[in-house]
Design a protein around this ligand. Structure first.
Ligand SMILES: Cc1ncc(COP(=O)(O)O)c(C=O)c1O
Length: 382
């Protein structure tokens, strides 16, 4: 592949990506490096603003000072620290599962777990809008991949009846879709999983910390914890830190730590990151209303948009404004940038062709005034 030609083609279609470094002080507003103009970040996944929470920072600092900067090795070498187990036990309890295992990131979790579970004689039923890390995990597994229409349980049922076969089968979904902000119908899904005797893996990357009575996620909210075989999630979004986990029965966890290559062949997470994640879990446990507060703020934004005649389908903190053409989405993001809002235009291949969008995410970093002002600016531009 000729990189120059490839880059030119991306530019021509409005799909060329480039980096935009931000300075994000713990106190105060983010701004672009080289500029002092404060921005309101409307594209962050730090939904509960925990990345700058004093307890999260303090626990992270304490772990850094007591245990050093790095873990020194992969878990199965000498990098298995007691503090990894402390976090695994905490996340397993939080998720209502028997055990958990940590991964370097959500991308590593999905690309490690799916190939560990499934092989070339197996079949995976995967939602068409699943995150790239799930897609890549499915491809790496070598299994047959059957994609069902987004959130369409009738289509899934039809495909299961036609293509389930007699081998191992896995259904993999996100509980809250990262680019559309809609929820998977978990009750219907677990019925299908049981009827067709499949494993079920649910990615709770964007739901963890927000939904459910204790903030454990949409699996908790739907009351289906016992019917979901493996729950995956990340610490890098609402929990404000970094890294990821899979929670499941002890047998599955023992299996994964013997088989998931992205777990086995990679240095374990550093102490400061583990400290931040433990701190974040403590904050969520002590403040079970944080998720409700976030969703109320998201509802406020939705109403503010509605009062400017802009209808949003989403009832969660993720609100996509689908623009269509990539160039148009980039131009709209740039105009909002001039008005002080940092918004990213999400373009193919992250989203399907002709559905380039501004993905607004509501976070507790934003005040209601910020969101009201954002709604007015968006309405004036579209
Ligand atoms: C649904 C979903 N799964 C997994 C990931 C990957 O997580 P991480 O950023 O920790 O690699 C993401 C990240 O955006 C995601 O949206």
């Amino acid at each position: 592949m000729d990189p120059l030609k490839w880059l030119a083609k991306q530019r021509q279609h409005g799909n060329l990506r480039s980096l935009r470094p931000l300075v994000r002080p713990v106190m105060g507003s983010p701004h672009l490096a080289g500029s002092q103009r404060p921005l309101i970040d409307c594209s962050s996944n730090d939904y509960l603003a925990l990345s700058s929470h004093p307890l999260v920072i303090a626990t992270s600092r304490q772990f850094l000072e007591e245990h050093g900067a790095g873990s020194g090795a992969a878990r199965l070498m000498s990098g298995d620290l007691a503090l990894h187990h402390q976090l695994e036990e905490a996340i397993a309890r939080f998720k209502g599962q028997e055990a958990a295992v940590l991964f370097g990131s959500g991308y590593m979790a999905n690309t490690g777990v799916i190939p560990a579970l499934m092989g070339r004689h197996d079949v995976i039923f995967s939602d068409k809008l699943n995150h790239a890390s799930i897609v890549d995990g499915c491809v790496l597994s070598g299994a047959r991949i059957v994609r069902f229409r987004h959130n369409d349980m009738e289509h899934l049922a039809q495909l299961l009846s036609e293509k389930r076969g007699n081998g191992q089968a896995l259904i993999v979904v996100e509980s809250l879709y990262s680019m559309d902000g809609d929820k998977v119908p978990l009750l219907q899904l677990v019925q299908l999983k049981e009827k067709y005797n499949c494993l079920l893996l649910v990615d709770e990357a964007h739901a963890t910390g927000i939904f459910g009575a204790t903030g454990a996620g949409l699996v908790e909210e739907a009351g289906v914890t016992d019917q979901v075989d493996l729950v995956m999630g990340t610490f890098g979004k609402a929990l404000g830190s970094y890294g990821a986990y899979v929670a499941a029965s002890q047998v599955w966890i023992d299996f994964l730590l013997n088989r998931a290559r992205s777990f086995i062949y990679s240095t374990s997470l550093p102490p400061a990151v583990i400290g931040a994640s433990l701190g974040a879990l403590q904050v969520v446990a002590e403040n079970p209303d944080l998720g409700h507060t976030l969703l109320a703020r998201a509802a406020f934004f939705k109403n503010a948009l509605a009062s400017c005649n802009l209808k949003m389908e989403s009832s969660t903190q993720i609100m996509p404004l689908v623009v269509g053409e990539s160039d148009a989405a980039v131009a709209l993001a740039a105009k909002l940038g001039e008005a002080g809002f940092f918004v990213t235009a999400v373009r193919p291949p992250t989203v399907p062709e002709n559905t380039a969008r501004l993905r607004f995410s509501v976070t507790l970093h934003q005040s209601e005034d910020d969101l009201a002002s954002l709604a007015k600016h968006v309405a004036a531009l579209v």
